[in-house]
Design a protein around this ligand. Structure first.
Ligand code: 5GP
Length: 188
């Protein structure tokens, strides 16, 4: 069976600036079978860990986080990039967007992330760790507990992975790229 990394290598494209384009199956047109395979892998890796909620950030994390939450039978909550007027008791964090190269204030309601909740963060990519740091700050404000972080793709040539592991956080990445050389070889 094709591994998650093989699929990414087959269909992804390497762009300028250390960016991977995977929007044909991961974060624009979504292959639900691919996302479900990834979600099953996360669930297997975090087996034995008590998880009350899965948390993510708009927009790329929503699909994998939803599938993981569904398999675990727990709610999924996502930080929103635009705070709606209907949101009560909002907590916020500033996150620098890797793909848009600009900061954004993300928010979620304290009504849904409760003190003591054991939460698993799931996202599509780990690059510099800014999205993850913003989520950590939201979790701290809610006095919830982070039990781990799962990423479909970790770009290990960027500092996010070392930063998070250095903070003692359990990080599980399904496809780790030490560089984008594998792509350059493929495209020759
Ligand atoms: P970080 O906050 O770790 O620097 O970047 C993570 C976020 O940026 C992810 O939520 C993802 O949306 C986006 N991102 C980072 N690197 C890439 C990339 O190579 N390709 C795409 N499509 N998104 C990325």
């Amino acid at each position: 069976m094709e591994t998650i990394k093989e699929r990414i290598l087959r269909e992804g494209r390497s762009l300028e600036g250390g960016l991977l384009k995977v929007d044909g199956f991961l974060n624009h047109r979504i292959d639900t079978n691919f996302i479900m395979d990834a979600a099953r892998e996360f669930v297997g890796r975090f087996k034995g860990t008590q998880i009350d909620k899965v948390i993510t950030i708009e927009a790329g994390g929503i699909a994998p986080a939803l599938m993981v939450a569904h398999l675990l039978g727990v709610p999924m909550i996502y930080a929103k990039k635009k705070q709606p007027e209907t949101m009560s008791n909002a907590i916020t964090a500033e996150v620098f967007s890797y793909t848009k190269s600009e900061p954004a204030i993300v928010s979620l309601s304290r009504d849904y992330l409760l003190k003591g909740d054991r939460v698993l963060f799931i996202d599509d990519f780990l690059a510099n760790g800014n999205a993850a740091a913003g989520i950590i700050y939201l979790i701290e404000q809610a006095e919830a507990q982070l039990v781990g972080m799962g990423f479909i793709i970790e770009k290990a040539f960027q500092p996010g992975g070392d930063y998070l592991r250095g903070r003692g956080i359990r990080v599980e990445s399904l496809a780790i790229f030490e560089s984008l050389d594998e792509y350059e070889q493929k495209l020759v």
